[in-house]
Design a protein around this ligand. Structure first.
Ligand code: HEM
Length: 427
């Protein structure tokens, strides 16, 4: 597990080495990483059938020192060559060969002009890992690890510096996320941090294949902004939860197709649970420093959550053709995330054909889904208003104005469309 201090926070420490010394060290670390990558390529060429571990640690350290947007060109060249080598021997997930190929694909995507939301956040890689086994079980473990790592990172390197009030809000939100104490004195933080240090290695080690790498070698930040780790981990976790919700929506539709409608409500409750868990993260996301986020956006142009396959798919399974909004259809084609027919909302509308008990259960579960969906939407809206205000979105929409149009649209049509105003704050 990488414990390197994020460079942005390191720079601000008293007694840090002067800039020239830091530049020299950075160049040495990059040269060492390049040499490790080249050695790996040679070793693979000499013994194509042998498992040769890729030097993830050396490369990840460099990326976290300078960001993918600022990697030395000769290191990028070596990584692009390694990408071809890895692709030729990738194998299936969750093997290390698959991980190496997929990881290098994400890392070199900006240099090759192929960067997307999915390669930047590495959420597709995480999703594939979970789908290579019992998806819901693996997703539960991986999500606990992602959130645990987020909490540990924020407790180790508290931020944002220079804004005591915001830093205090983040500390409280992070402890809340960990399910820790309501108080947030230094002793509480120390206790939760110790728990994370114990929990993370022990939870990652027994997992199949590359689970520890999923934590230690992601995320790969584009910049040196300290808040980027928090942002990307939050996206990774919420994307995984969207996939979990999608899996349950699909399972509910399958129960209907098998004429087992009594099995639908538990899946709807599971959709609501996943959305609820995702919303909780916004309490932390809202503490992102707007100036840092501005620089992260500038370095990751062309990527945005409008390209989220999981959220688009969830909406299309629930709302059917009504979920095919022009903006999301442009970003995620219906081939990748088709609209369901009948949709889950259709099933809920037809609930009257069931007996009293099932009808009541179905409506109750559907109302919960809509409550949690609208909670997510409103919390997201509140974060966007606070962090970027009225500027256009990275997906080419008008940003806040676009989100406002949809902030009260339920997933299953059980709630009045303009029930409440969007929230100005967190969940
Ligand atoms: C600082 C935090 C965030 C900001 C400033 C932000 C901003 C935005 C904006 C402006 C849009 C409108 C589309 C566009 O880009 O043009 C959007 C859409 C979206 N965002 Fe975020 N976002 C943030 C965090 C997140 C997180 C953590 C997630 C979780 C995966 C997320 C998921 C989404 C989704 C799914 C959409 C599409 C919604 C739709 O089409 O209705 N956002 N975001």
């Amino acid at each position: 597990m990488t414990t390197a201090r994020p460079p942005g926070r390191e720079r601000r420490r008293a007694g840090a080495p002067p800039a020239a010394a830091q530049t020299r060290t950075a160049a040495l670390v990059a040269a060492r990483a390049r040499s490790c990558v080249e050695q790996w390529c040679r070793a693979v060429a000499q013994a194509p059938d042998r498992a040769v571990p890729f030097p993830f640690g050396a490369v990840t350290t460099v990326v976290r020192r300078c960001g993918t947007a600022d990697l030395a060109p000769d290191l990028v060249g070596a990584l692009v060559r390694a990408r071809s080598v890895a692709a030729a021997r990738a194998g299936e997930p969750p093997g290390e060969g698959w991980f190496t190929a997929r990881w290098l694909d994400c890392l070199t995507s900006p240099a090759l002009g192929r960067r997307t939301y999915e390669t930047y956040t590495m959420s597709g890689l995480i999703d594939e890992y979970c789908r290579a086994g019992a998806f819901l079980l693996r997703a539960g473990t991986v999500n606990a690890l992602l959130v645990g790592d987020l909490v540990r990172h924020e407790l180790r390197f508290p931020g944002p510096r220079g804004d005591a009030a915001l830093a205090a809000r983040r500390a409280t939100a992070v402890l809340h996320l960990a399910g820790g104490p309501a108080a947030d004195g230094p002793a509480d933080r120390e206790r939760v941090l110790k728990e994370c240090e114990r929990f993370l290695p022990s939870a990652a080690r027994p997992g199949p294949g590359v689970l520890p790498l999923l934590l230690s070698a992601t995320p790969l930040p584009a910049t040196t902004e300290p808040d980027e780790h928090l942002f990307v981990r939050s996206v990774q976790s919420m994307e995984l939860l969207a996939s979990v919700a999608e899996a349950h929506a699909r399972a509910a539709l399958r129960r209907h197709a098998a004429k087992e409608d009594a099995g639908i409500p538990p899946h709807l409750h599971a959709v609501a649970d996943a959305l609820h868990t995702a919303s909780r993260l916004f309490r932390v996301v809202i503490t992102i420093d707007p100036a840092q986020f501005d620089r992260i956006r500038a370095a990751t142009r062309g990527t945005g959550a409008l390209q989220s396959r999981g959220f688009a798919s969830l909406e299309r399974l629930c709302r059917g053709a009504g979920g095919l909004r022009p903006e999301t259809v442009e970003a995620v084609s219906p081939d990748r995330a088709p609209a369901a027919r009948p949709s889950l909302a259709d099933l809920v509308r037809r609930a009257d054909t069931h007996g009293d008990r099932l009808r009541g259960e179905l409506r109750g579960a559907a109302e919960r889904v809509d409550r949690e969906w609208l909670r997510w939407k409103r919390a997201h809206y509140g974060v966007v208003r606070k962090v970027i205000g009225g500027v256009p979105g990275t997906g080419g929409t008008r940003g806040l104005a676009y989100l406002r149009q949809h902030v009260n649209t339920p997933l299953l049509d059980t709630a009045p469309p303009t029930a409440e105003k969007p929230a100005g704050g967190t969940t």
